[in-house]
Design a protein. Structure first.
Lengths: 358, 358, 358, 358
């Protein structure tokens, strides 16, 4: 269950790290959307490992094949089936992992839950699964673009190196200029330095991604259990390695008084506006037309190239030494995934909002 | 839409702050659960305002009336309808709020989304709605108790006063001893002092609630979009005033290396165990049998007894001065709400897990 | 589970025959609908037993109490909670039924499924549950009326007495003139005669209800598993005592050739129209703007006032002799229930259709 | 929307008649099911056109390719992605249909609903879509087999030639012996004669399929809106060309008295049993352990090789003359589709039933 995300615009995904491929079905896509294939490919490229010296050297040539739901370059409103074929299915690499449980991976929980698992590369629990989300996210972005809604994420923290300012202090157009996808060039350089060092040790490091959504109309969000930020939080928490989500003032909100942080309304040349946006663009679970912004915490990923104690499937103590390749910091690659999940959620809520217009 | 929460154990709630009452329907409750009415009432009492000098003086006498789904004191498996009648429906109190938008409240977004709203006490957007969750949560707790699953939440931060240790450093049985529901008596006293001071000014303050779930079996959680922590996060983010959610190491995870924070497995007298629990009891979205723990950030609530600039519904600048009563800090009352949403989610996932046993 | 019906406009119902009452929550109702309370009451009256000599003499004074979702006489878009209190809770009447299984009733299956049941009047399996549907149906009708969509059902068969013509051969405005709700006065008289005779014997008889929906726009229906007629069929098959559903030509369609029954298109003064409507207003699961019509088969209800062999809960052979009152033919009372389920389904699909407009 | 069917065991399908292929994702499949690939292929073969002289001569070599969810021949509990590649994508054949609306086809409703459609072979509205259901159905059958649940459908009527007896009067093992899939050899011969004659004229004919499910435990079905027969009816009504559904006594039930048709319980050597099974194995929406049986009405399919009046997309009167190939009677090929939808529904409800065991 639960390989489907969304209410109206729905992604159902399938696939394991080392099976035939990762794919999915997108249902509920509005008809008549021009599918810009170059844009979609570019989005997949952003998620691809091996984009720079700081990431995993695995070269995946991720190209999507669409099966359905498209006619003469446009969406038809029928389900869009697709796959990204796996190029690397060398299961031999994983033979030694077949019978042991990697620390902080899902091997143990999958095996106990299902009584069986595909051990090759983590199987279904691999982050490679997120590539299906980038396909659905890219199409959602194309649709949202028609309504001038824009979603931009960036790396705001790696280890202890963090951007101290608000998203408004940076030129987000610089994000893609750095390998680490951080719009502050100096901090970006520091982050890259840190990641390179960690990579050389075979270790990994976590961080935070900030995401900003501009151009949303007032009214997206469904009280009480479908609050817009709850849907966004849910979306982010389904991404591998995510440990936390906050929007608007987030955890910092605990520190302040109502009198300090209420967003006061004022008459802005005949339109209702607020002096501040501590709420993060959402009030009572419904978008208020201000920028929506949130932060997503990622742990350091569990695959490290250092020896680790662990147990075999038969509960015998053993030592795991992973071989070959690893990704010291997923943050740069996770940026398009965060954007994709936000885009899917936003489009879904745009379509849901239509149901109120009677 | 979306006044329903859960997949199998489902709460559909209804009601406004100053309508006839707040109620709901619980569907999918296992049959044969003994309904301990005293326990249910006690849970409602924990959520009730006016429990101590630090909270709002409103005296709500919240008693639940059950309509269905119960026979001779036991659940029958059919839907449980219920209501908590509103005692206070003096709409006159709210006449002056009818035509203006309170800052950081949902008045503006509701009005724009629906074109109409019940302005009395915030209508549907009032936190009074959460009382229905406490009924469903209390019943879920009664069911989970049969499986030795226990859920305990406590106030771990108010303003800048915070518990520095892990939940394991405290005796959680002390939680209910303090008005603020903090298991550290010294910190509790400080928090109460702070809240009393803030109350005297007519202001409000935020904080953090920590929640711990013990006794869960291995295997709860549905990859990939139904990860257990995503469901818990979603549940928490639907609670009024919540701005953030983190589990396990949470946002702190960003700071550490994989080599520092992987939870290494070992053979613990013939059983698989981990040396640490940075994962927060969930790996790959599936419970691993360790304690599940998470933190929920609350902003200071928006209703303050100080003058605030705002606008009328017709976009004219005006001054709002709320009268009478206010709750300077919702944290203590939110503790049972956090527990309730966790209990509903856990029971739901226990029932979902059954679908894997074929 | 499954006490909720609908996707956007959703009814969650609760209640047992002899509990506190029957009620529900309507979620997803468009805001701004004027609630004509007289109309709603009139719809409940149509479902009420004891309307004439041919039905059960039970006099239920069914009045709905609304709890929420309404402000100054209009719907607000928030959930509408409601109850119809049960007047008759004399459980003593049912003491003798507590320990036995009534033939062709749900006592045995409920007891086996849940291990417990409310035996008074059939508990949750009683047709009294349908009153909640009539409330949601009445509100749906009020909304659909704004779009000039009209739903009319009538009794087209009782036992072997049946209307041979198409719905177009009758003046459906005559439906409410006869106690049996049949628009053909002669057949209506025959049906009433038959029902009176069957009633005098303590027996029951089945029949068929035909339903016609006019004014639907082109485009309602969601391929492939949400075809409009599949949703209507599902809706009808959830009504107590229903054994079959057919739309358009229905089972008769088996007898004819494609060349005889294809609905040929033609240019009707500049608009696309069809010469015939064997399809029943739906093609490929999507409404085509023609009248939608379908037929629903009801068995004779199981409660008869004649002696019947059966078994006790402990599997001992026994004789059941029901006392007091019974309904010889539910068809007349089922007419508004059929209409209500059709109205709920139609409004739901009208709202779903909005999600295609991007 | 709605390209997903099921609650726990869920099929999401995609694909058009002349696109890359027809496929889907099966979510919620129990882990550890041995996938008998020969059996699955055999089920696809049963649905294949061109199996005998009476059906369409199109030779489709339908073979399924699985993408995921399987490890070493067993299901893993993760989603099963699959495709059946289309061999025939000669869109030129359909050029003349691109701009006109075929009578009683979905061309007009799709075009109006979505503003765009894939005109090749009916696109998404083609019955070729049902092949995905046969894959999910075959896997469901393999799972149900482990619980000794068996599903058998057969052709019981073609045009006016019909089996008069109950399903119990026939040896259902003979079903596959005749091209028309009718277990009565004499009637089968008559039906084949009729179909051959109709085929020679380029015309089509409808019929009825009867389906029997044996071995179901007591307790499947979810009151009140998830009644087992409502789910089965919904499932059947989503199959192309289906116009009606009835279970147990069905429409005939209208003719009889309660005293004639109540299923009386008796003590059958210590077990509760019924003398008759007019209920069709379901009481109050819940299976009672008796055989479940139902009938599904199919209209004659709309594609005929005779001239027909119709209109172009621009509403101009024109004549349609379909070329080449057609299927005079879909009944034989629809038998495995009916079985598949029944199998999917049954497995889904078996898994749902688990949620009551707490």
């Amino acid at each position: 269950m639960f390989n489907t995300f969304g209410n109206i615009y729905r992604l159902t995904s399938f696939g394991e790290s080392h099976g035939a491929g990762i794919g999915g079905v997108i249902d509920g896509c509005p008809s008549g959307i021009d599918l810009d294939m170059d844009f979609i490919q570019q989005e997949l490229n952003r998620r691809k490992p091996g984009q720079s010296r700081i990431t995993t050297p695995r070269k995946e040539d991720d190209e999507v094949q669409f099966f359905s739901g498209i006619y003469e370059g446009k969406t038809t409103g029928t389900p869009i089936g697709f796959i990204i074929w796996n190029k690397n299915q060398h299961s031999a690499d994983y033979d030694n992992m077949k019978s042991l449980y990697r620390p902080s991976h899902a091997d143990y929980t999958y095996q106990t839950k299902y009584g069986i698992r595909d051990p090759r590369g983590g199987g279904r629990s691999s982050a490679r699964e997120t590539i299906a989300r980038c396909v659905a996210g890219a199409i959602a972005k194309l649709a949202l673009r028609q309504r001038d809604i824009r979603i931009q994420a960036f790396t705001s923290q790696v280890g202890s190196i963090k951007l101290e300012g608000s998203y408004q202090d940076y030129d987000l157009n610089l994000t893609e200029d750095s390998a680490v996808r951080c719009p502050d060039p100096e901090k970006a350089a520091e982050m890259e330095e840190l990641i390179a060092e960690i990579k050389s040790k075979g270790d990994t490091v976590g961080g935070v991604i900030t995401c900003v959504i501009t151009g949303t109309p007032v009214g997206l969000g469904e009280p009480v259990f479908g609050k817009l930020h709850a849907a966004l939080g849910h979306a982010m928490l389904t991404i591998n390695a995510v440990k936390g989500f906050e929007y608007g003032d987030g955890f910092d909100a605990a520190l302040f008084r109502g009198s300090e942080r209420n967003d006061r309304f004022f008459n802005d040349h005949g339109h209702i506006n607020t002096h501040t946006n501590h709420s993060g663009g959402i009030q009572g679970g419904i978008s208020n037309g201000q920028d929506i912004y949130f932060r997503v915490a990622f742990k350091s990923v569990a695959t490290i190239l250092m020896e680790q104690e662990t147990v075999t499937q038969d509960c015998e103590d053993t030592i795991l030494k992973a071989r070959g390749r690893h990704d010291p910091c997923v943050l740069p690659r996770a940026v398009p995934i965060v954007e994709s999940m936000a885009a899917i959620t936003l489009l879904d809520y745009m379509l849901l909002q239509k149901t109120h217009e009677f």
